[in-house]
Ligand binder design. Structure first.
Ligand SMILES: [Zn+2]
Length: 105
């Protein structure tokens, strides 16, 4: 299971937002499956991402500390590692908004 399959709807879209607003800093690859980065929000949190084992990823925010919760910070870092997937998600979201507008006409 990939990280995006196990994260909540909220974390997914807010993480995408964070990615788009370039809140992910100092992205660094540690080995084949592991990455580290800082994510700036109201405060800056440190994310350790394990692509092969998403539940082993960690984040220093209160939401994820000591838990395997996939928070928006982990999602934002994930999208930074896989910008192609972010592009797809952004397209999907824009299509959704366009449809909403169409319906309102
Ligand atoms: Zn977090």
């Amino acid at each position: 299971m990939g990280l995006l399959d196990v994260c909540s709807y909220n974390s997914y879209w807010r993480g995408l937002d964070y990615f788009e607003n370039k809140r992910v800093k100092f992205l660094k690859q540690i080995n084949r499956d592991e990455f580290e980065a800082d994510v700036e929000g109201t405060e800056t949190y440190h994310v350790h991402l394990d692509i092969a084992h998403p539940r082993k990823s960690t984040c220093t925010c209160p939401h994820a500390t000591g838990k395997s919760t996939i928070c928006k910070h982990k999602v934002a870092v994930y999208f930074s590692v896989f910008p192609e997937e972010a592009k797809e998600a952004i397209n999907e979201r824009n299509r959704y908004y366009e449809e909403l507008e169409e319906r309102e006409k």
